[in-house]
Design a protein around this ligand. Structure first.
Ligand code: PFF
Ligand code: NA
Length: 453
């Protein structure tokens, strides 16, 4: 059944998949993006819609993706084709796999730029380049860091290189080994940082901001953002989770694993909010600052606190590692597809992917300096990459996935693959058939202004 003669490689350790999938999920989305979009869309109401999207849409989609991967034992394109063929359905559904692969790739093209910010701030922390006493000082540092394309390009190139070195080493030797020490390290650092955050003042304001659901009504634009972010933060519809699932051994429980990954990811996002917003409110900053939010607010706060430099270093090490365990997952679909279908070795697949990625990410990086004026409808190239993937490709890919899993495949296929008891299976089926697709469609229709509320 598989295209190659050898059986597909599998995760070596018992925790291999969970660590890798959690590593993919927990990333810049939790620590950089969640706080700033929550700030932009006004707090509590946004958070509530986001949580609903995670559990009503994200978890069922994640289960379906892992089941596709494990059943089809291949990249998204190959795995989806094999699974639909097994049900006697058209190979055209593998277009969904193409879209996912492209989506993961486009996300990575802007993701390495943000990860580059993290690496460069770590360097500044280590070398004392973050001295400043006001919000304006910090905004100036952020601006200066972006203004020089050689500087910014150096850092995003470094992230690309590290990502490709890890992926080039293979699933067990590269990915599994690196997440095996980065994930535990990340958890320890995060716990230390939260203790630190509790003593920073402004904690009450932060809790109120994140959890007061009557903070005014949420725009339909905000709801679409919440849906898109639920996909982004769980690494869905971009090939990552499906491909990692293709290395999952038969016995592992897909349902339990998906719920654990979703809970861990949500916990990290909320904890990041609880660590970052106190600082913002305590310093009278604007929570709607946008993408530069954590890079301007946190360094300032760290400086004013005892042991701040140490914790600042810890923060940016943690952020950089979180970014890497995610970036490696975004190219795995492409690399695995090249190896399975085009006869590439792991290493040459990783480097070829890396070169194309470098070209696109360089264009994205230029959005912050020489290309700041290359805008279309007010958005830079960087903004477009983010917008197209989060608002359109991921929700549409997720919709396709649940329709496929819920209506197109034979029922037996995923009943076998998920291995659920009758009641949980019925629940999953109801989610993929009705709750998730309706949720996605309603939010889409709303955002498109098809009806007025
Ligand atoms: N889930 C990652 C984050 O929250 O930072 C981002 C991501 C990783 C998106 C992998 C898509 C993907 F395939
Ligand atoms: Na995430």
């Amino acid at each position: 059944m598989a295209s190659s003669e050898q059986p597909r490689i599998q995760w070596l350790g018992r925790w291999g998949f969970v660590l890798a999938a959690t590593g993919s999920a927990v990333g810049l989305g939790n620590i950089w993006k969640f706080p700033y979009i929550t700030g932009e869309y006004g707090g509590g109401a946004f958070v509530l819609v986001y949580l609903a999207c995670i559990f009503a849409v994200g978890v069922p989609v994640m289960m379906s993706e892992i089941a596709f991967g494990r059943r089809g034992r291949g990249s998204p394109i190959d795995a989806i084709r094999r699974v639909v063929n097994e049900s006697g359905r058209s190979s055209a559904w593998s277009l969904l796999g193409w879209m996912a692969m492209l989506c993961g790739f486009l996300i990575l093209s802007f993701y390495v730029v943000v990860a580059g910010w993290s690496f460069s701030y770590l360097w500044k922390m280590l070398t004392g380049g973050l001295a400043g006493t006001s919000v304006d000082d910090m905004a100036a540092v952020f601006g200066a860091n972006n203004a020089n394309p050689l500087n910014l390009g150096f850092w995003s190139t470094l992230v690309t290189l590290i990502t490709m070195v890890i992926v080039g080493k293979g699933v067990q030797e590269g990915i599994e080994k690196s997440v095996g020490w980065m994930m535990p390290g990340l958890v320890i650092m995060l716990l230390l940082l939260i203790v630190f955050g509790m003593f920073s003042g402004g904690f009450g304001d932060a809790v109120r901001f994140l959890f007061s659901f009557n903070a005014g009504s949420l725009s339909s634009e905000g709801m679409l953002a919440a849906l898109g972010h639920a996909f982004f933060t769980l690494s869905l519809a971009s090939g990552a989770i499906l491909t990692y699932g293709s290395y999952l051994p038969k016995g592992a429980s897909i349902g339990r694993t998906s719920i654990s990954v979703a809970i861990a990811d949500t916990a990290v996002a909320l904890m990041a909010g609880l660590a970052i917003f106190p600082v913002i409110f305590a310093n009278g900053m604007n929570p709607g600052e946008g993408p530069g939010l954590i890079f301007m607010s946190l360094p300032l706060a760290f400086q004013a606190m005892p042991l701040g430099t140490l914790f600042g270093i810890l923060f940016f090490v943690m952020l950089s590692m979180a970014a890497l365990t995610s970036s490696i997952s975004m190219v795995e679909a492409t690399v695995s597809w090249l190896c399975d279908n085009k006869g590439f070795s792991r290493r040459s697949a990783a480097w070829s992917t890396g070169i194309v990625l470098w070209l696109i990410s360089t264009a994205a990086m230029l959005s912050f300096n020489v290309g700041a004026d290359w805008t279309l409808a007010g958005k830079t190239f960087f903004d477009w990459l983010d917008y197209i993937t989060s608002r359109w490709m991921m929700p549409l890919g997720g919709l396709g996935t649940v329709v496929l899993a819920g209506f197109v495949l034979k029922n037996e296929t995923f009943r076998d693959e998920l291995g659920l008891a009758p009641l949980p299976y019925a629940l999953w089926l109801a989610m993929v058939r009705y709750v998730s697709p309706l949720g996605i469609l309603v939010i889409f229709a709303d955002a498109l202004g098809i009806y007025t509320v």
